[in-house]
Design a protein. Structure first.
Length: 324
């Protein structure tokens, strides 16, 4: 068997379709009308800064927020990180298309759009089509503006979520744009009239566990990122870490944030540990030793292609973080 440090290139490769692009781990919301908070957010190590036109902006401030977001998009120059996304208002608000038209007016389209309070998959398709119109008008490649859908903020949205793999599969443009799914508890709780999202032990109640799990399953079925929801108490570092441990364990690949202090823990949580990296190297080496076979043996146990896929994902994430 090759040494445990053997490079991933020595192993049989899984297909590109099976290996997604490197995950965007940390998604930091910042109000669209606050220059001070935006300036601070852009100095963090967040993978994505979300310029928010929805919940953090009053209707009276919305015109100013659109102008401010457009200015930030125009001003980024050649900077590639963090990515700049915009959370627009909900499909049913009557504001969504104006949000997009005004922030993109000078041709500075965001890297992606966060779409809140989605109640049906056809709303995703409508936004995808409108983005194509904007991209064509500004000479951008069709499909270059990605989508993150907040899929559980309404009861109808949660009920529709299991149908996403089928309905979005029939809409190639929407499917191409979709980078990930995330779930929300606050708006869903308000829609339900729930008095709490947690039981006496501090765990999510069944309905909110259902929303979380359904989001995770739908994202896996669509081969897109599953992004965990925000931890709203930004001073509660212990609670954030507990949520991060659970999210990483269950298969989420990133988390929404509402404060710069949450970024470092989120990035660290979704980076492979040294032990995970070393085990992944040994899995890859085990497959390299059996000349392209579909199964291998490691520490007396049989491993197969799902183990190889997971190992190569871990090594890709480790390389991103500077590991070998």
């Amino acid at each position: 068997m090759p040494p445990c440090g053997a490079d991933a290139e020595e192993a049989p490769r899984v297909s590109d379709a099976e290996l997604p692009a490197l995950a965007l781990r940390s998604w930091l919301f910042v109000p669209g009308d606050s220059e001070r908070k935006q300036d601070k957010a852009l100095t963090t190590d967040a993978d994505v800064v979300i310029l928010d036109l929805e919940d953090s902006v009053t209707s009276a401030q919305l015109p100013h927020a659109r102008e401010r977001v457009a200015h930030v998009l125009r001003s980024r120059g050649r900077r590639q990180t963090p990515q700049l996304w915009v959370r627009v208002n909900a499909p049913g608000s009557g504001f969504l298309k104006t949000d997009l038209a005004e922030v993109c007016a000078a041709g500075a389209l965001p890297d992606g759009v966060v779409l809140p309070k989605v109640s049906a998959a056809d709303q995703i398709d409508d936004v995808a089509q409108y983005l194509s119109t904007l991209e064509t008008g500004f000479g951008r490649a069709t499909g270059s503006t990605r989508l993150l859908v907040i899929a559980t903020e309404t009861a109808a949205g949660l009920l529709a979520l299991p149908q996403y793999p089928l309905t979005l599969g029939a809409s190639p443009l929407a499917r191409e744009r979709l980078l990930g799914l995330t779930w929300g508890a606050e708006d869903l709780g308000a829609a339900l009239g729930a008095r709490s999202r947690h039981d006496a032990s501090g765990e999510l109640t069944f309905t909110f566990q259902l929303a979380r799990t359904t989001c995770l399953l739908a994202a896996a079925a669509l081969s897109v990122q599953a992004i965990d929801t925000v931890h709203t108490n930004f001073r509660d570092a212990q609670g954030l870490q507990r949520e991060l441990d659970n999210a990483r364990r269950d298969g989420f690949s990133g988390k929404l944030a509402i404060h710069p202090d949450q970024i470092a823990p989120i990035n660290a949580a979704f980076a492979p540990s040294e032990g995970e990296r070393e085990h992944a190297q040994r899995v890859v080496a085990a497959f390299a030793a059996v000349s392209g076979a579909g199964v291998a043996s490691l520490d007396g146990q049989m491993i197969d292609r799902p183990h190889l896929l997971q190992a190569q994902r871990i090594l890709a994430a480790a390389r991103r973080g500077g590991g070998t």
